[in-house]
Design a protein around this ligand. Structure first.
Ligand SMILES: [Zn+2]
Length: 271
């Protein structure tokens, strides 16, 4: 699942390349992901539009168009973007292809068909938009504490819900909990002020350093998801980089959680 650092790299790569280019043609291969909130016809409206930039909000990539409309992509679990020459092979399950004036294509593929490609005049019309928390780098420690307060459940679940801070998913929530030395299943109500401050610092540090690593590792190959550098997520059974004991892996509610029982003690595990 692309999360804030992955999407930030895609934004960085695409912004200078797409801005100013016109969409010459639109091919909707599989219409299931398309949400035309203008109700004027997705392809019909997009053809002839020029990109005004590329932005990101939480886990949503935004492609503002010079007309004032926005193309917004929520990749969900398996969405991928590809910026390629027409002759380059499409990723499996390519749903939408935009042919651009510069000769390249912007493609959206999605193995699980769970993502959405919106065309909208208003960002508020995107489902979930209003509920999104602030960007993690815009949050103060006081703001983070304040936003956590209404939630009483497990800290990992709170972080991934996106209402405290936007853009954190399953992988980076594991990394943040590990870096903060907080067990992912600890209840928010059991966390001390010091642990919450550690989570806040870890959130900023983990996301910031992941962006720097991905900038090097992904380069312009934005269709690649690089996760092998993470400390605990996806590393179940491997030695903990901090203490050397084996990283735990728990599968619950359809997702994997990785953590170190030694570095992150005290979680009451409820499956
Ligand atoms: Zn450890």
């Amino acid at each position: 699942m692309p999360e804030l650092p992955d999407l930030e790299i895609i934004r960085e790569v695409l912004a200078p390349r797409l801005t100013g280019q016109t969409i010459n043609d639109v091919e909707v291969v599989r219409p299931l992901v398309v949400r035309d909130l203008t109700l004027q016809g997705f392809a019909e409206v997009l053809i002839g539009q020029a990109f005004a930039g590329v932005r990101r909000r939480g886990k949503i990539l935004l492609f503002p168009l010079q007309s004032g409309l926005t193309l917004a992509i929520n990749c969900k679990l398996a969405g991928r973007l590809q910026y390629a020459l027409p002759a380059e092979r499409r990723l499996p399950k390519t749903h939408v292809v935009l042919r651009l004036s510069g000769g390249r294509e912007l493609r959206y593929s999605d193995r699980k068909t769970m993502g959405q490609v919106y065309l909208t005049a208003s960002l508020e019309a995107i489902p979930g938009w209003a509920e999104m928390g602030p960007e993690p780098f815009d949050l103060t420690l006081e703001g983070f504490q304040e936003r956590l307060r209404p939630y009483r459940g497990e800290i990992k679940g709170i972080l991934t819900r996106g209402r405290v801070a936007a853009g954190i998913g399953n992988a980076y929530a594991d990394e943040i909990c590990f870096t903060a030395r907080v067990h992912p299943y600890r209840k928010r109500t059991s966390l001390t002020d010091e642990e919450i401050a550690r989570l806040y610092e870890a959130m900023r540090f983990v996301l910031d350093s992941a962006i720097a690593t991905l900038r090097e590792r992904v380069g312009t190959e934005i269709q690649r998801e690089v996760r092998d550098f993470l400390a605990v997520h996806g590393q179940g059974g491997e030695p903990c980089p901090a203490c050397g004991s084996t990283i735990s892996e728990i599968k619950a509610r359809g997702r994997v959680t990785n953590f170190c029982r030694i570095c992150q003690p005290g979680g009451l595990i409820q499956l």
